[in-house]
Design a protein around this ligand. Sequence first.
Ligand code: KG4
Length: 369
Amino acid sequence: MKTDTTILAIESSCDDTSAAVIRDGILLSNVTASQKVHEEYGGVVPELASRAHQQNIVPVVDTALKRAGIGREDLSAIAFTRGPGLLGSLLVGTSFAKGLALSLHIPLVDVNHLQGHVLAHFVEPSAELKAATPSMANVEIKHPTLPFLCLLVSGGNSQIVLVEENRIDGATKHLPKMTILGQTIDDAAGEAFDKCAKVLGLPYPGGPHIDRLAKLGNPDAYPLAKPNIAGYDYSFSGLKTSFLYTLRDLMREHGVSDIDSLAAAIPNLREDLCASLQTTVIDILMKKLKKAANDLHIASVAVAGGVSANSGLRQAFIDFGKRYRKQVFIPPFSFTTDNAAMIAAAGYFKYLDGEFCPLEEVPFAKTKI
Ligand code: KG4
């Protein structure tokens, strides 16, 4: 008889196939296969992503179970990302999860990908996993106390989420209540990084390349437009246009028509443009977060999603905490981009709350948190 709660979690919303095992709230394994096939296209190709998930899912799940030291018969439930994301990709993870749950006669737990990103802050890796994972080895993992604000910044989303106690009918749920206070009205921050990187001739995904080059550049070299949007909402489309126009004007000035010729004419061009772009994105993100934290008198702020891997943003969070005496929570690198550990954390909370997913449920491409 199973005496503990052991959950296998599966994430397949975009171009990472990931599986994780969590036992009684402790993460035992987290395995991710990233898809390189999209690099040559400068963005994720949905059809290729689904095919790669199909190839990866069995070995990834197998490895996650082996690393956790458990067999399928030890599982209490299967958690999976139901959406939002690419439908073809989600279908692979969802179908696999359903088939496995059905064959093992155990429940399914569906997880919202965005809630997963926020709940990455509650992942508690085992001592063995921490020691074996370089990005976690010497990192003190702190979990935020409720309520807190989470800046959720990824390739598809930029949101400020209020995370607070979830009391229903007098009982406190394990899964916190999450309310979107503001979000992008057009592009996401990660998308702005990726699109601007593309015009600079940098590989996909561009965010990490912008981050790397920004460290060598002058953030004041090229002033870029900042949006003027009410409330806590974001906008990044104007910044993208401003970046493009800056390049266009520089090309006209130097009588060239491609980025490589321009880079040959202007020393440190890419580095300075990356630094200017990165500092502007961070300014935009932090300004609204600061406003929300002040207006709501919230003492703790966290960052989540792929863009939270950005070194400038991570430093901006540390500075923000020191300057405004806020507690800041920055996840280890392994839990920033898409991963099943965060789905496992969310799935575990939902399991404890008794929230299971019927087999007839289908994935969804778009949703709010
Ligand atoms: O959360 P994620 O893995 O996937 C989505 O759910 O969207 O986020 C991917 C995004 C991409 O836009 C990528 O360029 C960005 O995260 N990203 C970064 C960095 N690492 C990944 N952006 C800026 N700096 C980074 N170091």
